[in-house]
Design a protein around this ligand. Sequence first.
Ligand SMILES: C[S@@+](CC[C@H](N)C(=O)[O-])C[C@H]1O[C@@H](n2cnc3c(N)ncnc32)[C@H](O)[C@@H]1O
Ligand code: SF4
Length: 428
Amino acid sequence: MRPYEGYVYAYPHKTAYRPLDPRPPLKEVWTGERTDALFLYLHVPFCEMRCGFCNLFTRTGAPGELVAAYLDALRRQADVTREALPSGTRFAAAAIGGGTPTYLEAAELARLLDLAEQAMGADFSVVPLAIETSPATATPDRLAVLAGRGTRRVSIGVQSFIDAEARAALRPQRRAEVETALAAIREAAFPTLNIDLIYGIDGQTPDSWRHSLDAALAWRPEEIYLYPLYVRPLTGLDRHGRAWDDQRLSLYRQGRDHLLAAGYEQVSMRMFRLPGTDAGTEYSCQHDGMVGLGCGARSYTTRLHYSFEYAVGVRHVRAIIDEFVALPRAEFAFANTGFALDDAERRRRHLIQSLLQADGLDRAAYKERFGTDVLADFPLDAFAERGWVEDDATHVRLTPHGLAYSDAIGPALFSGRVHALMDTYDAR
Ligand SMILES: C[S@@+](CC[C@H](N)C(=O)[O-])C[C@H]1O[C@@H](n2cnc3c(N)ncnc32)[C@H](O)[C@@H]1O
Ligand code: SF4
């Protein structure tokens, strides 16, 4: 089995969503759901550059008027969504993602935080907030707004500390700018700094990878994510083949061993964390609901995952954002496109999202939720035979070898229905 089938950060993937007809009102969608510990996600679909590898929903060069119109639309969406949520709704954690949320200027960021607090009732002095940033946009004035409002975690995409590698990944970036941004983030004293690095870039070697790892470690970030490079249709790079798989696997092992030796613990294939780091911005994704605001944000209830339309290609992203900012209030009262989860899909989701964490799946928790033993529902013998999965009385978990193959194991656990939907998704 090839090691890099796909990054499973959520199940089912958004390409398994389809237009909902009729569109269910949000009020109906949220009725009967537990809403006392929701996750709030705000999506900012803007960046100052379009990196060659990136397949996130984002556009470059948005003018100030578009940003303002987007914030207006978010406010309408927040108001309507809040009205649809049951009384007693509370948020346990929040994140602002992108794109690059700090593409917004300081005053725009303040407006964004205001609307989350005022319209959604998420008080960031209590609700842990995480935000993503990039080297060019992590400026002291923006960071001051975020720090002043109690942001707990700032995650910066660095990808590589070597300018030539960043360029090879079609990400114009200078080391000096990266170091200035990291200094500004540390200066602003957020409790948690995360640095994203990518391995498998054209021209990257064990030595150059080590150089980037050490340059990141010099900042002693509370968290580090190591991402294997993926190139997908509609992004600007093209790499493939066995040799590339082998390169990524060997750089993965090197990176993992290096971070473990530096005192980090492994949380999942990609994520490493210093012991004792406040994990306050995490919530239990197996159980809890998520309210997403913004044109690329997903929302989860136990029965339905939904979002607006999804696209990667430049023209479609622009069109969807333009459409989003023009929507009147009433249009925000419905779920547009999505995937309905039955009991079998809920079990599968719980399995996938737990198994891909280094701690593994807690068998008693699964049994309490679903009434059955997980291995009776999902025999994992084929993975066990490969030495990827092991189990004892309390847990089912990936072995170190299995963690390296997370991106093969996750997709192999998708249901036939999800595979079929993803295969027939019309990429644009
Ligand atoms: C929203 S971005 C981070 C914030 C900011 N936009 C930036 O790029 O600096 C999320 C992260 O996902 C990772 N990523 C995105 N696309 C990827 C791909 N095709 N292959 C590997 N990693 C990818 C990158 O490490 C990136 O930093
Ligand atoms: S990697 Fe970050 S900055 Fe680059 S296009 Fe993707 S979201 Fe934007």
